[in-house]
Design a protein around this ligand. Structure first.
Ligand SMILES: *[C@@H]1O[C@H](CO)[C@@H](O)[C@H](O)[C@H]1NC(C)=O
Length: 400
């Protein structure tokens, strides 16, 4: 989280509260909750101080002249501007346009921050004229139509936030060709279809796909991702959790699969090489026993597996994870939990095991539901004969 604040602060030399700054790396609720409360609209760019138009320089247009062309083309593709923000987009002094931010020397446009501007319209291919642009924040507008292919020419672009707009159609593959992009936010649109495997071969640090209509399997290339936060929540992804999930490296801090249609077992490799803090696979149809390798999630703070069809005994391996703050396994078919799990409340860990099949506990499923465990025949066990893969570093047990 700090990283993004620093990034923005450095880039704009002023701190602007934006969705990007607030939401990345935050708690689970922050990243999946509805957008709207976060950002504060701050109008006005950095003025170049003298109020004069940019000085024309010979034959080739200056950065600001090209920016003027780009922004006027964009303005004419915007059909509704209820807050009259674009009234300030007149004349050659583009650095004084609301939502447009320039480099400290006022020679180049480096940022566009129109979060919560409620503009309706399209993006235009002329945006690629803003060659020094490093961020585009368009959260909470009504942009629709194509993402122009020319955006691939924005070699300085690091952050692209298109969240909470009216974009639809297939995954915008042009975003994979923007060479230095590190923050890609497509959440709260109506994108559909499958997601390309190349998405996880980029150097993206944050990938937000949640609250769209994406479907199909999550590509196995997920394991190649260098991202610290990935959000797949609230789509229609199907198939298994990719087995590569355990091999994502220590950058991964937060991964959310919640509310999709994922099936099968939680892969054996889960967490072997990750330092993930938030893992939420709730509201899917995952089945079978938890793999012992869950004990490798040494940094896990929030583990939410609620509303699945998981079964077996919740093992000490899970309940003794040393960084746990919230373990939610409600609405599954667990048939019991072990000793360490009973100590969770003493450790101030939130532990919700309601609506399982745990004998002698309150708030469990009615017995008839527990007589036929879904996926009971499903073999989630490790390769027969191999030793269980178990990591160390558990919460120190008080019992001998
Ligand atoms: C723990 O996580 C669950 C599921 O996300 C949430 O409903 C609950 O409020 C969380 N508890 C705390 C104390 O944060």
């Amino acid at each position: 989280m700090e990283k993004w604040w620093w990034f923005l602060a450095l880039l704009l030399l002023i701190a602007i509260p934006t969705e990007a700054g607030i939401n990345v790396g935050g708690g689970v609720g922050v990243n999946v909750g509805p957008i709207g409360g976060g950002g504060v609209w701050i109008g006005g760019g950095i003025n170049n101080g003298n109020g004069n138009p940019p000085v024309p320089s010979g034959s080739s247009p200056s950065g600001l002249e090209r920016a003027f062309t780009a922004l006027q083309a964009w303005k004419s593709a915007i059909s509704d501007d209820p807050s009259k923000i674009l009234d300030s987009w007149v004349g050659p002094n583009v650095c004084s346009y609301k939502g447009v931010f320039c480099s400290p020397d006022s020679q180049e446009v480096t940022g566009i921050d129109l979060n919560h501007a409620n503009l309706k319209g399209n993006l235009v291919q002329e945006l690629s004229l803003l060659s020094q642009l490093s961020l585009i924040h368009l959260n909470s507008n009504r942009f629709s139509g194509q993402i122009p292919e020319t955006l691939r020419d924005l070699t300085a672009l690091q952050e692209l936030d298109l969240s909470n707009n009216d974009f639809s159609g297939s995954f915008p593959t042009v975003t994979l060709q923007i060479p230095n992009l590190i923050y890609l936010d497509l959440r709260y649109n109506s994108f559909s279809g499958t997601i390309p495997g190349e998405l996880f071969n980029q150097k993206l640090d944050a990938i937000f796909l949640n609250n769209n209509n994406f479907e199909g399997e999550i590509p196995e290339s997920l394991g190649n991702s260098q991202a610290s936060v990935i959000n797949f929540a609230n789509n229609q992804f199907t198939g298994n959790l990719p087995a590569s999930f355990g091999f994502m490296g220590t950058k991964l801090k937060e991964i959310l699969f919640l509310n999709n249609q994922l099936t099968g077992c939680i892969p054996e490799g889960v967490g072997i090489f990750t330092d993930v803090k938030v893992f939420d696979a709730s509201h899917n149809s995952l089945m079978g026993h938890l793999p012992d390798t869950i004990s490798c999630l040494e940094e896990i703070e929030v583990l939410n597996l609620a509303h699945n069809e998981l079964s077996g005994v919740l093992p000490d391996l899970v309940c003794s994870l040393k960084s746990l703050e919230n373990l939610t396994v409600a609405y599954n078919f667990f048939s019991g939990f072990s000793q360490e799990c009973t100590k969770l409340p003493d450790r101030n860990v939130w532990f919700d095991f309601s609506l399982n099949c745990i004998p002698g506990r309150n708030m469990q499923r009615p017995q008839p539901e527990c007589s036929l465990i879904p996926g009971g025949g499903l073999n989630c066990l490790r390769i027969p004969g191999s030793k269980p893969l178990v990591c160390g570093s558990r919460y120190p047990s008080s019992s001998p």
